[in-house]
Design a protein around this ligand. Structure first.
Ligand code: KIV
Ligand code: NA
Length: 264
């Protein structure tokens, strides 16, 4: 089978179908999610936290994310792979955005790029789109701006909702193929979704968006203190703790390995 394309994403919106997106940062998890039929995999700059151990997305660079993106592309065969442009790799100019995005396309083989922000980054979005790069936009709680927000809190309440709506319309007009809405009131996300013809992808944005995205370590129960919007579909932290303790105990007692796991 062939890869999902941005045309398939647009067609799903026309049919009114909802779809899931998850993050991936390595080949093995990408393969599991790909074979489960997840149509879009995001190599998020959330890798800063879940892969690299930083406490925000600010510190990661293009060089940090490129090998992860390449691994996700190699590990998948059907999903559309989207990579985040990290903080500082696109804000200064459309040229800088194109150079960063081109590295993800050429060196990692991703199929689309995600950038945070609204009207302020329209020149970047337009330049990427005219270069033939599908752009996923990201509004609401944009974590690269955490120092302006003063923490990770709900965005778009009250009059800020009108600003977000205007940003969303401008991004659609500039050619973005989809827009992530993070941590915004459900009612606003529903209105934005109704006002756009490109799909909205919610995270902490209620049930009214076209798609939903979660960081895989959040939905699998590896994150110690997940946000309110996270639903835990597995408890991998407990399961991995049990498994590694069992291994340790069997090594200590000599119960592992037995002849069954040895060569003669
Ligand atoms: O970096 C990330 O994982 C993201 C998603 C949460 C949308 O941007
Ligand atoms: Na991100």
């Amino acid at each position: 089978g062939r890869r999902v394309t941005v045309r398939d994403i647009a067609a799903a919106r026309e049919r009114g179908e909802r779809w899931p997106m998850v993050t991936a940062y390595d080949a093995m998890t990408a393969r599991v999610f790909d074979q489960a039929g997840i149509p879009v995999l995001l190599v998020g700059d959330s890798a800063a936290m879940v892969v690299y151990g930083y406490d925000s997305t600010i510190p990661v660079s293009v060089d940090d994310l490129l090998p992860l993106a390449a691994a996700v592309v190699r590990g998948s065969s059907r999903a559309l792979v989207v990579a985040d442009l990290p903080f500082g790799s696109y804000q200064s100019s459309p040229q800088q955005a194109l150079e960063s995005a081109a590295r993800f396309m050429k060196e990692a083989g991703v199929h689309a790029i995600k950038v945070e922000g609204g009207r302020r980054i329209l020149p970047q979005v337009e330049t990427l789109v005219s270069a033939g790069i599908p752009v996923m936009a990201h509004l609401g709680l944009t974590p690269q701006s955490v120092n302006v927000f003063g923490g990770y809190r709900v965005q778009g309440r009250g009059e800020a909702g009108d600003e977000l709506m205007a940003d969303a319309k401008a991004l659609e007009h500039a050619g973005a193929f989809s827009v992530v809405l993070e941590c915004v009131p459900a009612e606003l996300a529903e209105r934005v979704t109704a006002s756009l013809s490109i799909p909205t992808i919610g995270i902490g944005a209620g049930p009214g968006t076209d798609a939903q995205v979660l960081v895989w370590q959040d939905l699998m129960g590896l994150t110690p203190h997940p946000a309110k919007f996270v639903k835990k579909y597995a408890d991998l932290a407990t399961e991995m703790d049990r498994a590694v303790r069992d291994f340790a105990a069997e090594v200590t007692t000599g119960a592992f390995p037995t002849p069954e796991h040895s060569y003669r």
